[in-house]
Structures are given as structure tokens and as C-alpha cells.
Design a protein around this ligand. Sequence first.
Ligand code: GDP
Length: 362
Amino acid sequence: MFESLKSKLKSVFKKAPAEIAEPPAAAEPQGEQKPPVEQPKEQPQAPLSRKEQKKLEKQEKKAAKEKKPENDNPQLSDGFFAKKIKEESLDDLLWELEIALLEADVALPVVEEIKEGVKENLLGKKYSRGNSLEDIVELSIKDAVMNVLKLNEFDFDQWFKEQKKPVPIMFVGINGTGKTTAIAKIANRLMKEGNTVVLAAGDTFRAGAIEQLTIHADKLNCKIVKHSQDADPAAVAYDAIEHAKAKMKDAVLIDTAGRMQTNNNLIDEMKKIVRVAKPALKIFVGDSLAGNDAVEQARAFDNAIGIDAIILTKIDADSKGGAALSIAHTIGKPIAFVCNGQEYDDIVKFNAKWMLDRLFSD
Ligand code: GDP
């Protein structure tokens, strides 16, 4: 997973120290492409002996430890040997970063934001010779990615506990993204916590969808409210909620149709379900393999009905991983869960740190 991003980033990082630290005496042959690289001074004017130099470095490190840096990055420094991070060097690195993130299917505005964050954080700062620019840039990139991923963290379990019962939850998303499976997974999760659940077969557009949800209801041993194909989905949701109220059930999980999000009938249908069922939570289910399509779908549903949270499916098969970053950033809503397989237990609470580690893992 994410090898391409990781290896790209690695190549970025590998380049960094070379550019800053040791410009070769035998300069690059293609002199036209780049202005001459300024020769960094490896040593002060009056050269120190090795011993003196070591002593100075030790003092510098000690002083840096004692004086808390004014920024979050512990490797930045103001010491005697510190080197200033120049815009030119940073731009080269960030250009490579941009390519790597785009290859990982991260949407352009998100890439821009990450780049700006990193640049703002590092430009003009100084770093100690004892550290490599590679580490500094890596830390800074991780910081910036984390800031996007952390947007509005959402604890579904805690939220659910605090809601007035029954809690209507509406699921939207394009066919094939794993919406029905995600509903079954949430039902299973809630039931394991001792809650009672009613499923509402609101995708009346496809007979197959009603059947599919019925199979899940049978397997999970929970109630399903369904009408015939082509029935009004808002009426199905309404009946399911009435049933839940009468039987003191805790949750009503409302399935919806998922033909193309651009279809106006579908959008009207969604709006009607929202008016009638007044869902406490509207969850967009997105396929992490769909890349930028998933971002556009999320945006369309959000514009139409206002999405509250996201479930990202098929993360087990996602070779890129940029979807999480892009969706969270684009619609500014939290990713509640990621689904990582086809079994009912294959759903985990989204954790920004986990995603970050995954994104940068080998
Ligand atoms: P829907 O049309 O959006 O309701 O999609 P379904 O729930 O029917 O899922 C479509 C296919 O994706 C099915 O074969 C599911 O088993 C599969 N699927 C759903 N979620 C995941 C997941 O997290 N990982 C993997 N690998 N497959 C999944």
C-alpha cells in the first residue's frame, strides 16, 4: 500500500540533504537549467580543529535542548551552525511532493493546502547541521497531512449514546460503493453494544437492493421494514421509524438508492427522505478506490442534503489512500469509519494517526 507515495517521498527526502549540504566541486553538466548553487560554508572562516568543532556542536546541541524552540519542529535550530531553509530548495522538494500526492489520488486543492502548510512552516527557518533536511521536511509534511485528516474528529459510538432513541441514520452513496454492507456492519456494531436496530429498505429503485438488505437482516437477526419495488422511499423510512418508536428500538438505519449522483430525481428523492425521516445523521458512503470520483460524489450529496459524516469502504484494497485525505478536506466532514473487508467486523473507527502511518508506511 502507498508504495508509490512512499518511494516518491523517499526520493524527495534523499535529494534534500545533497542539495543543501554538499554541492559538488564538479558541478552539474546542464548549467543552463539551474542558477549556480550557492556554495554553503561547511566551516567558519577561520577553520576550527576537529576537536573544537565537536565541542562547539555539543555546546550548540545542549543550548538548543535547554532553550525550547518557538516552533513545533524540534529539529529546527537557531544555533551557530544552523542553515537557513531557502525558498528555492524548498520549492524543488515541494514540487516532488506535489507529484507524489497527486499520484496517490489526493485532490489538487488538498495538495496545495498541504504544500502551503509545509512551506509556511519551514520557509526561512533554520535547521541544525546535526539534522538532515530530510527529517525536517518529513516531519513537516506529516504535520500538514495530520491537520487535514484531523478535521472534526467524530466519535460515533459516543454520539449515538447521547441521542434520543430511536436514532434515524440515513446512508447515501453510489451503487457498488459498499453502502448496504456498511449498513449491515453498523447494525452489527450497534447490536453488539446492546442496541436494537431496524433496517429501512429505502432503495426501492432496485429489487435486488431490497433482497440484499433482507439477507443482511436475516443474518443479523434484526427487523427490516420494506415495501415493494418502486414504492416511495420516504414512506419506507417513515414506517421504519414509526415501527421503531412503537417497539422502543434504538436505531433506524435507512438505505437509499444510489444511481448516479447527478440524477435530479435521485437528489429530490434524498431531500424528501430527509424532510420525512429527519435523520439525526446523514452518512456518505464512499469507495476509497474511486479516487477523485468519490470526492465529487461526496460534494454532490453534501450540496444536496448536507452530509454529517463519512464511511470510507474498501480501504483493504486501496493502493493509494488519497481519498480519505481528499474527501475530508473537500467537504470538511469527519470520516467516522473505514471498512477494510467484507465481513461484518471489518469496520474500524477512523483514526487520523492510523491513516497517516498507513500513508507513509512501506
Ligand atoms: P452497494 O451497492 O453500495 O450497496 O454495495 P454493496 O454493499 O453491495 O457492496 C458492493 C461489493 O463491495 C460487495 O461485493 C461487497 O462485499 C464489497 N465490499 C463492501 N465493502 C467492502 C470493503 O470494505 N472491502 C472489500 N474488499 N469489499 C467490500
